[in-house]
Design a binder for this molecule. Structure first.
Ligand code: NAD
Length: 350
């Protein structure tokens, strides 16, 4: 079996396989790069079909975190962890405690956060066994407090990122009358839709669940469409806020939007789809740049002195990062994703 020479290994500093017979824990923790600081990244719990699939996922995701944090100007490295199992049926306090102890043994080189299959409550529970978890502190917000959930910051970063993309591609500052299709009205998508509406945008929305759609139609005067209709709408912006690999051979020919800018992770099925968007004149806001609000939020939480105004200013730098990427992509006639990777590498390899 080869590991070091595989493409996904990509110069990882450390990959740790953890097991605990009593709780049934089988987990992998990957630290891709810690040049800029400790490796912070989510803990995903998922019933992977094979161990190979779990290894591939954790390596790909942890590398992505290095790029995201470097681009966001954070003193953080990139890491990620996966627990193999079904979060609905296999999760138990014993399993989370065993995982937390495994994180603790790394002495702070990896810091866990919530991800698919884990939540704020799981992180709070794990914090009894290790201090190397984040996303657990209630934060000041609009005169009250909000939970450790970073989604509102992700939504705000995506909003300012859309503003940057509109300035670049459509040459205007106002979002008044902008036509936006939002795919997925979950934690991030619904909040983003509210911000877009407040800025004067006209919305088309879809989800696989009815409840958020009913809310959006009522509160946001949004037009509800079926999931498969969202790609072909004649809109200015397509904002994917649900799934990865959403720009692919099947959806690309349908896209009429001039901009793809949303919060979802890993939006391009393959890197070549970034080049295909460029060829069609569609401006792509690289996913890990525009959705960095969440990691910035978690970083501020870790400073122990949560300054909401400083956090907001830092999230707004997403707009500057995107403008830099768009300008360089235009000058060099390269896909925006490629340019983003080059800038991130300059930052974390320095
Ligand atoms: P979520 O699970 O709360 O919301 C996702 C929504 O998408 C759900 O309402 C779901 O029903 C809907 N959905 C699923 N499949 C769909 C489909 N085929 N068509 C239409 N809708 C569909 O997740 P979230 O926290 O809002 O995150 C959304 C995306 O943003 C994810 O890709 C996530 O990885 C990414 N992201 C989130 C954060 C964060 O802070 N929450 C940070 C960075 C990136």
């Amino acid at each position: 079996m080869s590991v070091f020479s595989t493409r996904d290994f990509a110069d990882h500093e450390q990959v740790v396989f953890c097991s605990d017979a009593r709780s049934g824990l089988k987990a992998i923790i990957a630290v891709h790069n810690s040049n800029l600081g400790p490796a912070l990244g989510g803990c995903r719990m998922w019933p992977y079909a094979s161990e190979e699939e779990a290894v591939r996922d954790v390596l790909r995701l942890s590398r992505g975190m290095t790029y995201k944090s470097a681009m966001a100007g954070l003193k953080l490295g990139g890491g990620k962890s996966v627990i193999i199992g079904n979060p609905r049926t296999d999760k138990s306090p014993e399993l989370l405690a065993a995982f937390a102890r495994a994180v603790d043994r790394l002495g702070g080189s990896y810091i866990a956060a919530e991800d698919s299959g884990t939540g704020v409550e799981d992180m709070k529970y794990m914090s009894q066994f290790t201090r190397h978890v984040s996303g657990i502190v209630d934060k000041p917000s609009d005169g009250g407090t909000r939970s450790g959930d970073p989604s509102p910051s992700t939504a705000y970063g995506t909003f300012v990122g859309i503003r940057a993309a509109v300035r670049e591609r459509l040459g205007r500052d106002s979002l008044e009358g902008l036509r936006v299709a939002v795919q997925g009205l979950g934690h991030v998508g619904l909040d983003l839709a509210h911000q877009l509406k407040a800025a004067g945008a006209k919305l088309w929305v879809t989800d696989i669940h009815r409840e958020p759609l009913v809310r959006a139609a009522k509160e946001l005067e949004a037009t509800v469409v079926a999931p498969e209709e969202i790609f072909g709408l004649d809109v200015d912006v397509f904002a994917p806020c649900a799934l990865g690999a959403i720009v692919n051979d099947h959806t690309l020919p349908q896209l009429k939007a001039k901009i793809v800018a949303g919060a979802a992770n890993n939006q391009l099925a393959e890197p070549r789809h970034g080049a295909a968007l460029m060829q069609r004149g569609i401006l792509y806001a690289p996913d890990y740049v525009i959705n960095a609000g969440g990691i910035i939020d978690v970083y501020y939480e870790r400073t122990g002195n949560f300054d909401a105004a400083a956090l907001k200013r830092h999230i707004e730098r997403i707009e500057d990062n995107l403008m830099e990427i768009f300008a360089r992509a235009r000058q060099e006639e390269r896909p925006t994703g490629e340019v983003a990777d080059a800038i991130a590498e300059e930052r974390f390899r320095r």
